[in-house]
Write a protein that binds this ligand. Structure first.
Ligand code: SAH
Length: 361
């Protein structure tokens, strides 16, 4: 007999560790009153660490060229219809400059695994970003690299690295990725990033093909044990040029429940209300914040390339200028009682040693 799920929720609220099957039981049995209780507790926990501040990250999508063939992703190398582009270091610096003026203090350089972005290209770029914008954090999200490369980029000044684990179940990982990629290597990269000293981001898609409650239970147990500084979760959304074109998207409801559970399992984690969540529901990002998220990641990429960075279909905010995106999100956050702040937005345990957040006006 499994423990009644109310008891599991109570243990989660008390800050206890749950096993993967226990998390799975909580996920598999939605119950409106209990879920609302978890949501409220998650918001309280988030307010204890971060008040009503929402951190912004300026997302610069540096390349749609990728050597990998992940079955879910629209920019997989096997998609002949994907439009490929690559920003030059000068273009990336211009995006950051524009972002700085708009109040961004974190730049996220994300892209496919594009062999052009060697350490020789990235090191001077990171050094220039850190010299020109010394009060900013640089986050990389460039996939799997060697330990030496992670170390070199860290030594050049990169502060954080986002590498979603995608799923903590090996058999599930193998259904989402080609045989050339491995679950063990993905996890090894996460361990190496942490050892080197990065603030590390893990995460997964909600409702990815073949995902079960047991898989989600393992994701949550892994995250509670690993305690990443950041965690990106958003719904899977099918892309027509991938083998997963006919699978349904992940749901708003499940994503919101998982955000609340994650906030309770990892109280200080930096948790974005993702663009994918905003894509499946017009109020998705607001609902994400109201479920316990504390980060939004508006797009700083040049408008000319935004539609080409199509990981999934229907992505929002591909037509607007960066300033519009930022203003739109600021208004959306204000409407629900939260405030975007001009700040690097470090994890609460790290930020404790730094200065107070400045509320932007
Ligand atoms: N190449 C980098 C960046 C990947 S893009 C890396 O490997 O880490 C960032 C995230 O987008 C991925 O980790 C994946 O979880 C998510 N993503 C990719 N395709 C998606 C889809 N079809 N729907 C929703 N999210 C997707």
């Amino acid at each position: 007999m499994s423990e009644p799920t109310d008891r599991l929720a109570a243990r989660l609220l008390a800050g206890e560790r749950l096993t993967a099957p226990e998390f799975a039981a909580l996920v598999a049995h939605p119950e409106p009153a209990r879920d609302e209780m978890l949501r409220k507790a998650a918001v309280e926990r988030r307010k204890a660490g971060y008040g009503s501040a929402v951190f912004v990250r300026g997302l610069i999508e540096i390349s749609s060229i990728c050597k990998n063939d992940c079955l879910y992703c629209g920019i997989r190398c096997g998609n002949p219809n994907a439009e490929r582009y690559r920003l030059t270091p000068e273009e990336i610096l211009r995006c950051a400059e524009e972002g700085y003026v708009l109040g961004f203090r974190t730049f996220v350089l994300q892209g496919g695994e594009d062999p052009f972005f060697t350490d020789e290209i990235l090191v001077p770029l990171i050094e220039t970003l850190k010299t020109r914008f010394p009060d900013c954090a640089v986050t990389l999200s460039l996939g799997e690299r060697s330990r030496d490369s992670y170390q070199t980029l860290f030594d050049a000044g990169a502060d954080r690295y986002l590498l979603r684990h995608e799923t903590a179940t090996k058999a599930h990982y193998e259904k989402l990725h080609p045989a050339s990629m491995s679950f063990e290597h993905r996890m090894q990269c996460l361990r190496e990033l942490r050892e080197i000293g990065y603030q590390v981001g893990a995460g997964f898609m909600v409702g990815s093909p073949f995902q079960t409650a047991e898989d989600l239970g393992r994701d949550l147990a892994f995250l509670q044990a690993f305690q990443p500084e950041m965690c990106g979760i958003g719904p899977f959304i099918p892309h027509r040029d991938t083998p997963f074109r006919d699978f349904p998207a992940g749901t708003l409801e499940l994503t919101l429940r998982l955000l609340s559970i994650l906030r309770l399992a990892c109280p200080n984690v930096l948790l974005p209300a993702t663009t994918a969540l905003g894509t499946i529901d017009p109020q998705g990002r607001e609902r994400g914040i109201l479920a316990g998220a504390n980060v939004v990641m508006p797009n700083l990429s040049p408008v000319s390339v935004r539609k080409k960075y199509a990981l999934y279909e229907g992505k929002i905010c591909t037509g607007e200028e960066s300033a519009q995106c930022r203003d739109c999100l600021a208004a959306r956050m204000r409407a629900i009682g939260y405030e975007i702040v001009v700040d690097r937005g470090d994890c609460a345990s790290i930020a404790a040693q730094s200065t107070q957040w400045k509320i932007e006006n």
